[in-house]
Design a protein around this ligand. Sequence first.
Ligand code: FAD
Length: 556
Amino acid sequence: MPNVKHQKWWGWGEENVFFTWQNKPAFAPMVKRAIGIDLRPRQRDTVDFATAQVPETRISTEQLEILNGIVGADNAVTEDHTRVVHWAGKAVTDILKTLQNRFDRIPDVVVYPGSEDEVQALVDAAVELDLVLIPFGGGSSISRSLQPRPEEERTVVSVDLGRLNKVLEIDETSGLARIQAGVLGPDMEEQLNSRGWTLGHFPDSFNHSTLGGWAATRSSGMQSDKYGDIADIIRGMNVVRQGGLVTLRPLPSTSTGPSLREMFIGSEGRLGIITELWVQVHREAEQREVIAYMFPTWQQGLTAMRKIHEAEVHTTFARISDAHETEFSLATQKAPTSLKKTISAKGQDALWAVMRKRGWDTKAMCIAYVCYEGSKDDVARKKKTVAGIAKGQGALILGSGPGALYDQKKFDTPYLRDFLLEQGVIGDVSETAAPWSQLTTVHKNAYAAAQSAFEELGKTGWIMSHMSHSYHAGACLYFTFAFEISDNVDHEYALVKTRIQQSFIDSGATLSHHHGVGAEHSPWMEQDVSPAGADLMRGLFATADPGQNFNPGKIL
Ligand code: FAD
């Protein structure tokens, strides 16, 4: 069995890491208000794999022998646990189906190639034997881009790139690194950091996703304001296709026709397997600071975010939570456990008093976090400019204490979904991007859409949002929704999710800013890129993969 790290089979991330609410006094009352349920203590620390009813592999002995011949018998695995780990991503519906033993169609074998040549041999064999290949990075897909089609009759091979996990070279003069596609975020940063470099790409799923997966899903990290989306970061790549390798050299820019690089970015395994990437890397910043701000209203906070961007302050990130998300984030604060922390809690009481004195409605206030990187002087200058903009919109500056806390906790939130599922609650997300001029409308319409779905279902539901990832022309809005589920969960989930997604399109926003398409978002593709645009994309997939051997059914 190859030495490749995987997430737990029944939920997000690692075993023995949990969300706990008993040390957060405001959390249970907030959940009661928001979705009307009383929280119970966590019941499960793990789920016994013996409870999984796993469909048998359908691979023939002859096919397995051929794959063994390519990657070695130890690296072609048909055992149940490995196949279940690779059957889906980590959308909340994937996790629910896994827990309920609703495996529609799972891979028949998982192969772990150890070189680009082995990937090429796999691709050629797949076309010749008419197998289905599904590339697998960290398995963190949230848009159902990993599941085989339920009706798939051919042998399904999950190609796990986890053994291709090295930073191969760094061109220190150009700030470019050549890195293998299967490397997980932390392993890659460790290799880069040891030489004083960073990629600067930190999606919320960073710990459990790979460089190749980021490329294949058009990912965006929380620091994209400074480092760019993955599409900006990638400068060149190798993609293995039937009949040969597409090699795109690392170039700062090029005018050689429509961009093949852009075509492979976001292709979700439909155009081949990405094995290596040339990416922009940066020297680690001399100083880094995250400052928190509290705004009296969403509108003022949003205006401040836009003005920060307009002023070309070049922050590393600037994000603001709306009033609901602010309420949630305050409710997840721990009770003070030491004298020092009790004093800082008293500091918070004093802050509350200032807000009330200013006549703020504390239910409307919105918390923002802005991250600064650079030299000491640079950071000081940026902080000063942002302080002026924030104060101009009536904000209070909360300082670096809450900012540092946010920075520490940033990768913990996904564990909350598993906890909520155990409580009979679905918590999931929908995200989009729109021009600055549309953001308020998109936000309002998504709330109304979710509310209409909750009402139709007769449920007390919750929705909250934040703005992050700023661009010259607009920004991303990220919504989280939650409600108590019943036996009719498939219908309930589809209704809420569909209403929110449709509201994005109807409000002039995109179907997805950074979660990709998969099978989850594909019903809206024609609306997103126009019917003629969708036809063009179908034509590309049909020509590039006439046998439908590469992750068919995703995107379109
Ligand atoms: P996988 O999930 O393994 O695969 C995703 C898709 O890419 C599949 O279609 C797969 O076939 C294809 N693929 C993977 N590797 C390759 C390759 N080498 N060649 C060709 N195709 C390949 N996304 C963000 O952008 N930003 C976020 O902040 C973020 N936060 C998330 C938080 C949570 C809790 C969850 C569940 C997801 C989040 N995501 C986020 C979505 C997900 O992490 C991204 O889509 C990520 O880029 C997937 O990377 P992966 O390595 O896990 O790929």
